[in-house]
Write a protein that binds this ligand. Structure first.
Ligand SMILES: Nc1ncnc2c1ncn2[C@@H]1O[C@H](COP(=O)(O)OP(=O)(O)O)[C@@H](O)[C@H]1O
Ligand SMILES: [Mg+2]
Length: 339
């Protein structure tokens, strides 16, 4: 294994067995293939993003890496330690934030919570006091003036900051975060993103984060792996991924229609009739149609799409042509959005 690699996942497979209720007493066993052979490597000192829609397998992957879940098959290592065989060593070298809101004491202040967890990790005395103060400063809780407020009074943004501070208590070389900005107010999300980049680029930490926010992945991550339905569909730097759609542009149309059902046949007609990838998602009471078109066919694709929309009695409110984004990469590779 190359020493440049901090986190390595090799062919991880995970199935969940769950039961669907049938009638009052009946239940049917279903197997969910959450991971179908996931492999990727994260380099030391980079911010790596595992990007994918809901249910793609992001949380399952990070839980395996954090030693909280056993894979059915496949292996993973963190700084060379196997997450199954050397689980206790792995736990000592990672800092983890899985669910921002879980695992804190509601009747303790933010600062008291950090001190408590610091003691659990074996820190104490002036070292612990200094470390807690430094982290409160770093994540901006001191600046917000809330370090001595009860945790139960914290906003989600404050909880997320505290959760990151806890992950950093032992100064771990590897930080693993599951959707760290989910549901945060924009300033907290921005602050958190900036911190993650700083931790990697200035302090040399390795950061693995999951997100379903393409914009965030584009902004924060040095490299991204897009995961969909338990499989990595593409991996690389944001620029490399965008080269996948080189020579393409994204055409976005916002339409209003009363007949939702016809949108599926519209999407099908665009995909098959015009031969370009297309996705449709609900937005602000209408629908956003996104088409990935070859750059030199924009006019043709637009007018043919407008004709189809007209035939289906959709009213087009807005049309925009944009440089390709990660979303277009996903649409091109999967034919849907789901984000
Ligand atoms: N404990 C569980 N039991 C059954 N199915 C699960 C369980 N956890 C996750 N799943 C299923 O596994 C798939 C992947 O889930 P998850 O890893 O949470 O995806 P993500 O974090 O990308 O949204 C989904 O289809 C989800 O419904
Ligand atoms: Mg998840």
């Amino acid at each position: 294994m190359s020493s440049k690699i901090a986190i390595e996942a090799n062919d991880l497979v995970k199935n969940y067995v769950s039961f669907i209720r049938r009638g009052i007493f009946g239940r049917r066993r279903v197997v969910v293939e959450a991971l179908k052979g996931v492999s990727f490597g994260v380099l030391k000192g980079e911010v790596f993003g595992l990007l994918g829609p809901n249910g793609a397998g992001k949380t399952t992957t990070v839980k395996i890496l954090c030693t909280l879940l056993l894979p059915d098959s496949g292996t993973a290592t963190i700084l060379g330690y196997d997450v199954v065989k050397d689980a206790s060593k792995v736990r000592r070298i990672i800092g983890v934030s899985l669910t921002v809101e879980k695992g804190f004491y509601w009747k303790l202040t933010g600062k008291e919570n950090l001190k408590y967890f610091g003691m659990l990790y074996g820190l104490d005395g002036k070292f612990l006091e200094d470390r807690v103060n430094m982290l409160l400063e770093l994540v901006g809780l001191r600046k917000l003036g809330v370090e001595d407020k009860l945790y139960e009074e914290y906003s989600l943004g404050m909880k997320a900051r505290l959760s990151l501070a806890r992950a950093l208590l032992t100064d771990p070389p590897v930080i693993i975060l599951d959707e760290p900005t989910l549901g945060l107010d924009p300033p907290s999300a921005r602050c958190l993103r900036e911190m993650l980049v700083k931790l990697a680029h200035e302090e040399g930490k390795t950061v693995l984060m999951t997100t379903h926010n393409m914009f965030e992945a584009e902004m924060v991550c040095d490299r991204v792996a897009i995961i969909d339905r338990g499989e990595i569909i593409v991996m690389g730097t944001v620029d490399e991924l965008k080269k996948r759609v080189a020579g393409s542009v994204g055409i976005e149309m916002f339409v209003l229609t009363s007949a939702r059902a016809s949108l599926d046949s519209i999407a099908l007609k665009i995909r098959e009739g015009i031969g370009v990838p297309c996705s449709i998602v609900g937005e602000n009471g209408g629908y956003r149609i996104k088409i990935v078109s070859p750059s030199d066919e924009v006019d043709e694709v637009t007018s043919r799409t407008l004709r189809i929309l007209h035939d289906h009695k959709c009213s087009v409110r807005r049309i925009e042509v944009k440089e390709p984004t990660l979303e277009d990469v996903f649409i091109k590779l999967t034919g849907r959005t789901g984000f």
